[in-house]
Design a protein around this ligand. Structure first.
Ligand SMILES: [Zn+2]
Ligand SMILES: [Zn+2]
Length: 167
């Protein structure tokens, strides 16, 4: 976890007054990347017991606006927050357990920012989400598949096998 002095410095750099709730939330977001608001409330309270729900919501909104944290919201998930900002990194999301991990931009600096046709928009961000199964869920699925025939699961999200498994 970043030292308190470091957190205070980040707040000042972002022109935000240093307060205990802000320090607690910033520390929580640094220590728990991609946590949702409820988890952040829990983590922040473990550092600063009397921070209210509303204070955490307000702080997260102020941090996002100031560029101190990045808010991501994969389809079907609640909003999540992370302290890794400004690098246009992407995310791998597990369809089964919801685990999220960072993945660097595919090649070079931020090639995804160069749209084939920007239609006149001033583009400042490209969002890429890779969907699939995390290693743990992929293993569990394979194990289940060996035991029984696959159950009737919605096929609409199915992707071509990306794990290189021989069929
Ligand atoms: Zn998973
Ligand atoms: Zn991330």
């Amino acid at each position: 976890m970043p030292a308190v002095a470091e957190l205070e410095h980040m707040l000042r750099e972002a022109r935000l007054r240093v307060t205990r709730p802000r320090l607690a939330v910033l520390s929580a977001v640094h220590d728990h990347p991609h946590a949702d608001t409820d988890s952040i409330i829990g983590f922040a309270r473990s550092l600063h017991a009397d921070v209210s729900h509303q204070a955490v919501y307000d702080v997260l909104r102020a941090f996002t606006a100031a560029g101190l944290v990045r808010r991501i919201e994969p389809a079907g998930s609640v909003a999540r927050y992370e302290a890794r900002v400004g690098d246009n990194h992407h995310h791998l999301v597990c369809r089964s357990c919801g685990a999220i991990v960072d993945v660097d931009c595919a090649v070079g600096e931020t090639p995804c920012l160069t749209a084939s046709d920007d239609k006149g928009y001033a583009i400042d961000e490209a969002e890429v989400v890779y969907w699939g199964l995390c290693p743990t869920c992929a293993r569990a699925t394979r194990r289940r598949g060996e035991k029984s025939e696959r159950t009737s699961k919605s096929k609409k999200h199915e992707q071509p096998a990306a794990n290189g498994e021989p069929r």
